[in-house]
Design a protein around this ligand. Structure first.
Ligand SMILES: *Cc1c(COP(=O)(O)O)cnc(C)c1O
Length: 497
C-alpha cells in the first residue's frame, strides 16, 4: 500500500513518509491507495483480543509497508495503558435496547482526541527514524479546543520534537483555555490568535505551504509537521475504535456478528466520522453514518443539497469543537468517491469562491452512506437534561448534539421497524464543558472549578482526574496575549530556536 495525495499532484509515498509530512506537497491530504479488507473471520478474531491489540492489528493493515506488527503493538500497548485510560480506552455504554454510546473520553485530556494523539507521537518518532530524517520535528496545530490540549499531552517532552499550538482567542471554553494555559513540558508553546477557528486553521495551512518559512526552519534544524486530523497518523488509530466497539457489542450479545448498525458522530473537521466511513468501506457492518452538526450546519446542508457553501454566518456555540465552516477531512471523502481530478476541482472552487457543488450522481451515492442532521443550541441543552432524566446518563454538549440527531434518526426509522441499533459516539467528558452542562441540567450558572464541583454534587458522578485541581496549576501561557493571524509565521520562527 502506498499513500497518494487527494489532489493527485505528487508521487506516492510510504506510510512513514505520509505521517512525517502530514500534508502532501500539492496541498492535498494523504490517503491510502487501496483499502484493506476486514473479513468476518478477522472481525471474529479481533473480538477475542484486548483494545491495544485491536488497534495494533488495524494499524498494521494500513502501515505494514513501513512498520512491523511488533512495533505497532509496542506503540499501542504504551499508548493505551490503564494509567492513561482508567477503566478502558473505548468502552460502550448501553442507554436502551437500540441506543449505545461509544465513550472516547477516558484519556488524559477527557476528550476523544486522546485516542489518536496518545499513539501518534510514537508513530511519528518511528517515522523520523525510518525515513532517515536528520531534522527535528516541529509540530504545528490549530485547535478549536480539544486537539491542542491532547496534542500537547501526547508530544510533551517527546525527544526530537517541539510542539506549538494555536487556538482562536474567542473560540474555546474557559476550561479548555485553562487546560492549555497550564500545559507542562519543556518543548511546548501555546499561542492564542485573534479571530475564529477557520482563521487559525488557515494560518497554519499557510505556514505549511510556505517554502520560505520551511527553508528558514530547516536552517534552524527543524521540519514542520502537523498534529491536526489532516495527518494520516491521526486518522488511522481512529478507525480502530469503531471496529473495537462493534466487537464489544458482539461480545455482549447485543449485536450478532454481521448485523448492520447505525453510527452517529458529532462532527467538526470530519476526521472522526471519516474514520467510521473507512471502517465501513473495509467491511465493518455499518448501514449508515449520521453526521451530526451544531448550528454551524454546513455539513448537514451539504448532505441535504450537494452544495458545500462556507459563505454563511459563523456561530459560537456551546459545542465549540464543532464550530467549523471548513471541514478539512471532507476532502478525503470526496477523493474516496470520485478520485483526484474532481477533488482538486472542488477544492479549487472552495478556495476561490468558498463553495462547490457535487454532481447529482455523486450526491446520490453519498446519501446512501451518510445523512447530515443538526441540533440547535436550545435542543442541545434540552437533550442533556432529557438524557440525564431518562437514563441517568451524563453527557457533554458535543455528545448531546450527536444523541439528539441519533434519537431523531431512530424515531424516523419506522420506530424500530428495522430494529437496527445505533452507536452514538461520545467525544468529551461532561466535565470538560461543566458550565454549560450544569446550566442545561439546572438552569443555574456556574463557571470553571465551581461548575465542575457543582456538577459532581448534583449528579453524584466523579470528576475525571485530569480535570481536578486545574485552577491551582501555574499559568504558563497567557490567554490574554492573543496575536493577529498574520503574525503566526513570526511566532513559529521565534519558537524554533
Ligand atoms: C474534535 C472534536 C469533535 C469533532 O471531531 P472531528 O473529527 O473534527 O469531526 C467533536 N467533539 C469533540 C469534543 C471534539 O474534541
Amino acid at each position: 500500500m502506498k499513500y497518494v495525495s487527494t489532489r493527485g499532484g505528487c508521487a506516492p509515498v510510504s506510510s512513514a513518509e505520509a505521517i512525517k509530512l502530514g500534508l502532501a506537497g500539492d496541498g492535498g491530504l494523504f490517503v491510502p491507495d487501496e483499502l484493506p479488507e476486514l473479513s468476518e473471520e478477522l472481525l471474529k478474531e479481533l473480538c477475542g483480543v484486548t483494545y491495544y491489540k485491536r488497534v495494533a492489528k488495524v494499524l498494521h493493515m494500513f502501515l505494514c509497508d513501513s512498520y512491523s506488527y511488533e512495533e505497532l503493538e509496542e506503540c499501542s500497548r504504551a499508548a493505551y495503558t490503564e494509567v492513561k485510560f482508567p477503566g478502558g480506552a473505548a468502552p460502550v455504554a448501553k442507554l436502551n435496547d437500540r441506543l449505545y454510546v461509544l465513550e472516547l473520553w477516558h484519556g488524559p485530556t477527557a476528550a476523544f482526541k486522546d485516542m489518536a494523539l496518545q499513539i501518534m507521537p510514537r508513530l511519528l518518532s518511528l517515522a523520523l527514524q525510518k525515513t532517515g530524517e536528520s531534522l527535528k520535528a516541529l509540530i504545528l496545530a490549530a485547535t478549536s479546543g480539544d486537539t491542542g490540549k491532547a496534542a500537547l499531552e501526547g508530544y510533551k517532552d517527546v525527544p526530537g520534537t517541539k510542539i506549538m499550538v494555536f487556538y482562536p482567542a474567542g473560540g474555546v471554553s474557559s476550561m479548555q483555555k485553562l487546560q492549555m494555559a497550564t500545559q507542562e513540558g519543556e518543548n511546548v508553546f501555546v499561542q492564542a490568535v485573534k479571530g475564529n477557528f477557520d482563521d487559525t486553521q488557515a494560518g497554519v495551512k499557510r505556514i505549511f505551504s510556505s517554502e520560505k518559512i520551511k527553508s528558514d526552519l530547516a536552517g534552524r534544524g527543524y521540519m514542520i509537521t502537523s498534529a491536526n486530523s489532516i495527518n494520516w497518523g491521526r486518522l488511522a488509530p481512529q478507525i480502530a475504535y469503531y471496529i473495537s466497539a462493534y466487537c464489544d457489542l458482539v461480545a455482549t450479545g447485543d449485536v450478532k456478528l454481521g448485523e448492520e448498525i447505525y453510527v452517529t458522530v458529532p462532527t467538526g473537521n470530519f476526521g472522526n466520522i471519516l474514520a467510521a466511513y473507512i471502517a465501513k468501506r473495509m467491511g465493518l457492518p455499518i448501514r449508515r453514518l449520521i453526521c451530526a452538526s451544531n448550528s454551524n450546519r454546513v455539513l448537514a446542508d451539504f448532505f441535504e443539497s450537494g452544495v458545500y457553501d462556507k459563505n454563511r454566518e459563523f456561530f459560537l456555540t456551546i459545542s465549540p469543537s464543532m464550530d467549523i465552516l471548513v471541514s478539512s477531512n471532507l476532502e478525503r471523502l470526496l477523493w474516496f468517491v470520485t478520485g483526484p481530478e474532481d477533488t482538486a476541482g472542488y477544492m479549487k472552487s472552495l478556495a476561490e469562491t468558498g463553495k462547490y457543488q457535487i454532481t447529482p450522481e455523486l450526491h446520490y451515492e453519498l446519501c446512501r452512506d451518510f445523512i447530515g442532521l443538526w441540533c440547535p443550541e436550545d435542543e442541545t441543552r434540552a437533550e442533556i437534561k432529557s438524557v440525564w432524566e431518562r437514563y441517568r446518563y451524563l453527557c457533554d454538549t458535543h455528545t448531546a448534539v450527536g444523541l439528539y440527531c441519533a434519537e431523531n434518526y431512530l424515531e424516523g426509522d419506522g420506530r424500530g421497524a428495522s430494529g437496527r441499533k445505533m452507536l452514538a459516539v461520545s467525544t468529551a467528558s461532561a466535565y470538560k464543558f461543566a458550565s454549560d452542562v450544569y446550566f442545561a441540567l439546572t438552569g443555574v450558572t456556574a463557571e470553571g472549578a465551581e461548575a465542575i464541583e457543582k456538577l459532581s454534587e448534583y449528579t453524584k458522578t466523579p470528576v475525571p482526574a485530569p480535570l481536578c485541581g486545574l485552577e491551582q496549576r501555574k499559568i504558563r501561557f497567557d490567554p490574554q496575549a492573543a496575536i493577529e493571524a498574520d503574525g503566526m509565521d513570526g511566532a513559529v520562527l521565534a519558537f524554533a530556536v
